[in-house]
Write a protein that binds this ligand. Sequence first.
Ligand SMILES: Nc1ncnc2c1ncn2[C@@H]1O[C@H](COP(=O)(O)OP(=O)(O)OP(=O)(O)O)[C@@H](O)[C@H]1O
Ligand SMILES: [Mg+2]
Length: 372
Amino acid sequence: MFLTSPNKILGLDISDLSLKAVQIRRKMGGNYIQAFNSINLPPGIIEEGVIKDAEKVARLMRQLIQKSANKFTTRYAAISLPETKTFIKVIDIAHTDTQTDKVRDLISKELPRHMPLEMSEVQVDWQEIGNDHKYRKFLVAAVPRVIAEEYIKLCGLAQLEVVALEIEAQAITRAILPLAAEGNQRAWWNKLPWQKTKEATNNNKKDEGAKIILDLGATRTSIILLDKGIIQFANSIANISGEKITRTIMERKNLSYTKAEKAKLICGSDAKKCKGVIRDIMIEVIDELVKEIINTINFYQDHFSGQTKDLEIILCGGGSNMNRLDEILGKKLQRKILIANPLANISGELPRKIGNLYAYTTAIGLALKNMA
Ligand SMILES: Nc1ncnc2c1ncn2[C@@H]1O[C@H](COP(=O)(O)OP(=O)(O)OP(=O)(O)O)[C@@H](O)[C@H]1O
Ligand SMILES: [Mg+2]
């Protein structure tokens, strides 16, 4: 939801263990990355999305913006709120009802059935995403007011003004699917013939059909189910995460955190490296992930009557850098696995080399808010 609409914003992804910011510059109808930066947070200052030490986080946020190699030139920020604390839901409203009642009233009546909060406790945003002969379909996003206020206050401490609040699944989807999927017109610049080569290489171009986006983060994995480019639901799984893999390596190999993290990145899923020990741990986690994906697909078939025969899976987040993850998942699930392109809606070169592009997916999606 947009609170005000300035013409320059930065996307700010606030996670338990990292802050990432991206600013996009619009030129001749194209979106160019002007600045990006990330910073690790020490454990404990944000825990499961709850801000424990606002002063410290705000100080690091200032550093993130001021010490960036390329300049951020706005104090207006679009932020996402912790996945576990937000709700996103498709609500069907009968045409006959919308003739008599206002959509807002109908959503207010229906939404409390799908979340453990009262309407007075949440900020709500919605968009109409389709209709059939009987129902109008609305994608409704709800954010608890207390959480929203806490994050706005935190950004205020860092002299940033929050102008948009979003559910992370919305930001991720915006980054990796062509912007037209949001109902926006693609810029005329992107329709020019010489832009075709870039479009052809964009492996996420086809936005029809069911898809699962997996955001493999440090502290959790998010599963977002999309159909026809529209989010149907999103879930966060706390026990599948990059941190969990690192901590398991620490315990089993009796290593420090830093060494375990290094072993994870170097040996990964390669059976020939580190005597295959790291690979075995990774496979255990991948097997859990496979179970969750199968459950999600079954849930979508049973509760949404969704078509899942050709469902494809798109990987993003830092964990998608894991060596051969796409190949292993593809074999286990017998489905098409794609690695997301977080630059699907970005033109031109990056201002400098980016270390871990997939980890910037959310920040890029936030920075793209309101860019056609
Ligand atoms: N090559 C790699 N192999 C395996 N894991 C990797 C690799 N590169 C990065 N990671 C892992 O990705 C994770 C960081 O991803 P990301 O930056 O998306 O998380 P985050 O946004 O900070 O966390 P969250 O989204 O859970 O709040 C770390 O656990 C890191 O170890
Ligand atoms: Mg993340």
